[in-house]
Design a protein around this ligand. Structure first.
Ligand SMILES: Cc1ncc(COP(=O)(O)O)c(C=O)c1O
Length: 382
């Protein structure tokens, strides 16, 4: 009998080690990793600089608490701001980063309502779950937190109708991840920003899955030329050491005054030391340009499937966050199995979308090998 709650649907393989873009199970089978721990291991496995940063810090001090000054946090916060006027609060996960953002928005504006979008995903804690526009995930946990409303994604009219003096914030993902790899339309996002600003509502961008280079920019919102009030980050920030962060415009700094919000582990020394290294590696022009071109290559390769297989309805994404929409949940299940037989791991998004999230460090040859296996695994669908 398992001593674990059965809340996850787990594959029977156990991954016991990893190197670069490959992971290995307990039998020594090698898999090409197109999951990256769900957009966490952006620098792959056992990246020497990341391992070194962790080891160096482990030999000094692991945790010191937020009772004391922490220059490691200052350093990471400066790198996250990347020259913009953001200040940062560190926590331990994506849901916690969104909790902080929701609390911040209500306190900063004195307003109650938070608007999010259908099929969005913002986490499983009560505030984050209440922001998540997927009723099936809320089932059994009601009542959720009051004051949340969900609108259709990529449509401006419903938002314009709802924006009034009660709206504290609008929260959204630039590419909806769990919801099925659905990128925001540029015009819509610019317009959301414009109407939020005109209404005095804060714009919260959830970069938990899209951030830290995944889409070819440090943050996905950068390519939309918007200037969010709040940005939430987690997952890849420390390449697998748990960490989350909420960035807020400097004008919001006083809202989180002493004692207003906090967490024991947030900004832990081990996580900060790794996060600094991750940001140094990823936030470089060449690195990000390479993510974009590898993403373009992969999308291009996969687009050819649309004409070749009637099971493939669409291919979409940004950078190395790519989804293939299939005709049914059954096709998706078969493709995931075919991929595993072909020694490649991928995951789903929504009910029918195959989600591909390779480590950003993947080289061209390995990417081509992955693209070939993915195409084969789809083309043999009956
Ligand atoms: C966009 C987005 N927001 C929030 C979360 C929640 O993050 P965590 O699982 O670290 O709480 C996720 C996790 O998948 C996510 O993809």
């Amino acid at each position: 009998m398992s001593h674990l709650f059965p809340n996850y649907v787990r594959d029977e393989i156990e991954l016991v080690s990893g190197k670069g873009c490959y992971v290995y199970d307990q039998q020594g089978n090698q898999y090409l990793d197109f999951v990256s721990g769900i957009a966490v291991n952006n620098l792959g496995h056992q990246h020497p600089k990341v391992v070194n940063a962790l080891n160096q810090q482990a030999a000094k001090i692991w945790h010191s608490s937020n009772l004391y000054t922490n220059s490691l946090q200052e350093n990471v916060a400066k790198k996250l701001a990347a020259g913009k006027d953001y200040v940062t609060f560190f926590c331990n996960s994506g849901a916690e980063a969104n909790e902080a953002a929701i609390k911040m928005a209500r306190k900063a504006t004195g307003r109650e309502k938070i608007i999010s979008f259908e099929q969005s995903f913002h986490g499983r804690t009560y505030g984050a779950l209440s922001a998540t526009g997927q009723p099936q995930l809320q089932q059994g946990f009601l009542p959720i937190v009051e004051g949340f409303e969900y609108l259709p994604y990529n449509q401006i009219e419903p938002l314009k109708e709802k924006l009034d003096a009660s709206v504290a914030a609008v929260i959204l993902e630039v590419v909806q991840g769990e919801g099925g790899i659905i990128p925001a339309e540029k015009e819509w996002l610019k317009s959301v920003e414009h109407h939020c600003r005109a209404n005095g509502s804060l714009l919260i961008i959830d970069e938990i899955q899209t951030g830290i280079g995944r889409t070819g920019d440090l943050f996905a919102f950068e390519s939309y030329a918007i200037d969010p009030d709040i940005v939430t980050v987690a997952k890849a920030l420390a390449n697998g050491i748990p960490v989350g962060a909420m960035l807020g415009k400097k004008k919001l700094a006083e809202v989180f005054g002493p004692g207003s919000h906090g967490t024991t582990f947030g900004g832990n020394n081990l996580a900060m030391s790794v996060a600094a290294t991750v940001l140094e590696e990823i936030n470089q022009e060449d690195f990000l340009a390479a993510v974009k071109s590898k993403g373009d290559y992969l999308i291009n390769e996969l687009n050819s499937l649309i004409d070749k297989s009637e099971k493939v309805l669409a291919v979409r994404g940004k950078g190395l966050m790519i989804g293939i929409e299939l005709d049914s949940a059954d096709s998706l299940k078969q493709v995931l199995n075919n991929l595993k037989t072909n020694n490649i791991l991928a995951l789903k998004a929504g009910a029918t979308v195959l989600r591909l999230l390779p480590p950003l460090i993947i080289d061209q040859q390995t990417l081509a090998e992955g693209a070939k296996k993915i195409k084969e695994s789809i083309l043999i669908l009956k």
